[in-house]
Every structure is written in C-alpha cells, then in structure tokens.
Design a protein around this ligand. Structure first.
Ligand code: BMA
Length: 322
C-alpha cells in the first residue's frame, strides 16, 4: 500500500499534555502562518471506581514546525459547558481564504449538533452556526465553490433508518451561517467494506482530478464483544478515500473500493479505550506532493500516516452513484 504510518506514532498522547488528560485523539490540523496547528479532543477525569466515566471533554491546541513533533499549549482551549451544552469535541480546522474555520460536534440536552466557529488567534472563538440535531462530522472545504462555502456532514437519522445506516451529505452557504442546497454524496451502501455507517473525516484537499477527501467507514460484527476498556465494542472504524467533482462537489467521481487504513497496529487494534478505531480529522497537502493524514487511534492517541497525492488519487477508481 502506498500509505505509510509514521514511525513516531503515536505523535501525541495524554503523557505529552501538561493539563489533566486521559484520551488525546480525533484532532483537526491546519497549516497557518508557517506552522502546523492541531486542535485535539481531550477526554479527562477518568474515574477509578465504577461506574467509570470521564468528568469532561475539552479541545486543546498543539503547534509544530514539521507536522510530526508537537508542543501542546499549556492550557485547554475550548471547554463548552452550560445548561444546554455538555461538550464540544472532534474538531476539524479549515483555512478558507485566510480565515480559520473550526467545525466540531456539540452534545446538547436536545441532541448532537454540528457546530461551525471561527477564531482569529486560536484564543477567542465565535460560533457561526449550529445545525439541527442529530448531525456531526462536519468539514468545510478550503475555498468557496461558485461563490459559496461548502461542507460535508453526517446527519444520523435514527428514527427513519431504524439503526445505524448513516451517510455523507453536502450543503453550501453564502456566509457559513445559513446552509442549504443539501445533497446526498455517498451512502453507506456504496462502501463495500462498511456495513454500519460512514462519515466525513478531514477537510478535502484540491487536486487537478478533484477534491480528494478521506472519510471514516464502520463495519460491525456482533461476535466482537469485549474490546478495549469496554464490555462490548462491536464496531471497527476504517479510513476511506474518495474524489469529488471540482465544480459539483456533491458528486463522487472516484472511490477507493478498499480501506485506505484499517486498524492493524497495536495502538489502533489492541491498546486503548475503544480498540479498532481509525478516525481521520486532518489532511495536509504539502508542496512536495506529500499528504499528511492525521487520525485518532483507538479513541486514545493521535497518529500520522503519509502518502503521495498521486498515489492517493490513483486509488480512487472512477465512480458514479447508480
Ligand atoms: C464516533 C464518535 C467519535 C469516535 C468514534 C469511535 O461515533 O463518537 O468521536 O471516535 O465513534 O468511538
């Protein structure tokens, strides 16, 4: 396979973070003003006694000159907790026309909402929009297309589909606040190795052949049983990759029929809170053609894999939804 896990993996974990932390994972990454910036999820306060729970989740920041060695900021960045909201998590970052746009999932008393926020300095942040529940895994494209901001998202229609059968959707917006023109991009049934759900992963990167973008794809096997720290965990999260049309980005033009990454190392498959999880949230295309893909492993640590952009594009065989 043309993708390689970085020998320094995991590149960030709880032991590196100078504030209370148990699980450091599902990060968004961007290149901004000459350095790499990562916003990571931190679940902390894991209780010693049953019922063992985490007391909180926050989003922390880390900075890097090479995208491999990271220095976390001394304090958490975002911890959103009020009467309605219990937490914001799984951040993604896109630089759109020089502006920092952050997406995150927001757990509320009335469902999970997809949040879009902006910051000018990675300190103060302002929420621009919150979707209706249930929706998450939002990612914004790095440029406007036909004058409109674009996003991928993953609603989870539990009532109408009866169980996990969740798909990837597209919407656009004139201003990052009002979203519409919603269209189906890829159904879970389109991904041969998924039998449960799929969702957007890192923000897409532009190539001459199309928008290259990762997604996560889940297969469920009831025989999996005890796994990680939990009594039952039957799912396995793979990374997938596809190409979207440059002008009509709700159209899939290429799809890799096999996973890009499947849990296989100890830190993805055996160790951690939820074993068998690869959850990409960051993708950087370097001038050299190297692509850095950042992913949470086993809901416990943050990892990096690299590939050449031409190899990733070549994996995406011509595709159109029937
Ligand atoms: C999803 C999200 C992610 C998590 C994944 C695997 O539903 O909650 O945050 O990484 O499950 O546990």
């Amino acid at each position: 396979m043309s993708i390689v896990r970085h020998p320094a993996n995991p590149i960030l974990s709880a032991k590196d973070v100078p504030f209370p932390a148990n699980l450091i994972f599902n990060a968004g990454v961007c290149k901004y003003q000459g350095r790499y910036v990562m916003a990571f999820r931190n679940d902390y306060g894991y209780g010693e006694l049953a019922p063992r729970r985490f007391t909180g989740t926050n989003i922390g920041l880390a900075f890097s000159d090479d995208g491999v060695r990271w220095t976390p900021a001394p304090k958490p960045w975002i911890e959103w907790k009020d009467a309605e909201v219990s937490r914001a998590y799984d951040p993604r970052i896109t630089i759109v026309d020089g502006r920092i746009v952050l997406c995150f999932a927001v757990d509320t008393a009335h469902g999970v909402r997809g949040g879009i926020a902006t910051t000018e300095d990675f300190e103060r942040w302002e929420v621009l929009s919150l979707s209706v529940p249930d929706n998450r895994n939002m990612v914004v494209f790095p440029e406007k297309i036909a004058g409109r901001y674009c996003r991928l998202e993953r609603p989870f229609p539990v009532y109408s589909r009866g169980r996990d059968r969740f798909d990837i959707w597209f919407s656009d917006s004139p201003d990052l606040r009002y979203w519409g023109n919603t269209q189906l991009v890829l159904g879970v049934e389109d991904v041969p190795y998924a039998n449960d759900k799929i969702g957007p992963a890192a923000p897409p990167v532009k190539t001459p052949q199309g928008w290259l973008t990762t997604f996560h794809a889940v297969d469920k096997d009831d025989s999996r049983g005890k796994n990680g720290w939990e009594d039952k965990w039957k799912k396995r999260y793979h990374a997938g990759i596809m190409l979207l049309d440059l002008e009509q980005p709700w159209k899939v033009v290429g799809l890799c029929r096999e996973p890009l990454l499947t849990p296989e190392t100890a830190y993805e498959k055996d160790e951690g809170f939820r074993t068998n999880v690869i959850f990409p949230g960051g993708m950087i295309l370097e001038d050299s053609g190297e692509v850095k893909i950042y992913y949470g492993a086993a809901d416990t640590v943050e990892c990096l894999a690299t590939a050449h952009v031409d190899d990733l594009v070549a994996l995406c065989k011509p595709y159109s939804r029937a």
